[in-house]
Design a protein around this ligand. Structure first.
Ligand code: IPE
Ligand code: IPE
Ligand code: MG
Length: 265
């Protein structure tokens, strides 16, 4: 064998071994321990597109397809609540063309998906400042919430114009106003009451927080609700995140030892 052939042979074997390992790590069934509430920061659309010499908008379009698959998976697997980060209060600082693309996709999304979501008994809740959205988007999301508000299946929370600190400040403002007006006594405020003034009122805390694209930060997503969440930072870019990768992340979650400050009995 020549030097070059040797290298090729080695590379081929290494690639086969890698693939085999990957397949071996791929689970087929659901773990016994499942999260009730999953939160996902769908990140990496831009880098996915850039690595393929495509415009960032192409990454966002494919990202919408991914979202469809993951929602279907949550529905199939009986997950109670899914919260997805679609647009942050900070995202307004992106170039206008990109903001316009994202807002356009949002409209398209509600037009193309609402029938299937409603049929699947999904309840859509927009978390974030809906009033701060442009009029057509505001109307579309309000219509979607009205139409699915009585549904009893998957609770799908779409974070739009969402900022975690803003959510906390808003809750504090409402409570302060009530206290000033003598409706509640400050001593009565506790964690349970405070959560009732958040967008996620009535939902269980986030059990599993997933962020794609390898970034290891929460970027102001659900700071209160994720206080005890298990964090999974997956290097896969959102457009490449499949139902199988999601399943693998559920197995990672199931392998975690959640102690909540206690010692293991
Ligand atoms: C996430 O992908 C989508 C939104 C923030 C709307 P990005 O657009 O942040 O993609 P990267 O992080 O630049 O790759
Ligand atoms: C977080 O991603 C927001 C969404 C996924 C909608 P970003 O890409 O905007 O966050 P940073 O800039 O990396 O913190
Ligand atoms: Mg990003």
């Amino acid at each position: 064998m020549s030097f070059l052939e040797n290298i090729r042979d080695f590379a081929g074997k290494a690639a086969t071994a890698l693939l085999r390992n990957r397949r071996a790590s791929a689970h087929t069934g659901l773990p016994e321990v499942m999260p009730r509430h999953v939160a996902i920061v769908m990140d990496g659309n831009g880098r996915w597109a850039k690595s393929r010499n495509m415009p960032r908008s192409a990454g966002h379009s494919v990202g919408v397809e991914t979202l469809r698959d993951i929602i279907r998976a949550c529905d199939d697997w009986g997950i109670e609540a899914l919260s997805i980060y679609a647009f942050s209060t900070e995202n307004w600082q992106r170039p206008k063309a990109e903001v316009d693309t994202l807002m356009g996709l949002l409209l398209q999304y509600f037009m193309s998906e609402i029938d299937e979501l409603d049929e699947k008994n999904v309840r859509i809740l927009i978390i974030g400042d809906v009033e701060g959205l442009p009029a057509p988007q505001r109307e579309a999301v309000k219509k979607a919430m009205d139409r699915t508000g009585g549904n009893t299946g998957l609770k799908l929370n779409i974070a739009l114009n969402y900022g975690g600190r803003q959510e906390l400040v808003n809750a504090a403002k409402k409570l302060m106003k009530m206290a000033v007006e003598g409706e509640i006594a400050p001593e009565r405020l506790d964690e349970g009451m405070f959560s009732d003034y958040l967008y996620t009122r009535g939902l269980p805390d986030v059990d599993l927080f997933i962020r794609t694209s390898g970034e290891m930060r929460t970027s102001n997503f659900l700071p209160w609700q994720t206080a005890y969440a298990e964090m999974v930072f997956n290097p896969v870019m959102w457009p490449d995140y499949t139902r199988q990768v999601f399943l693998d992340d559920l197995w990672v979650y199931a392998s975690r030892d959640r102690r909540f400050g206690k010692v293991k009995s």
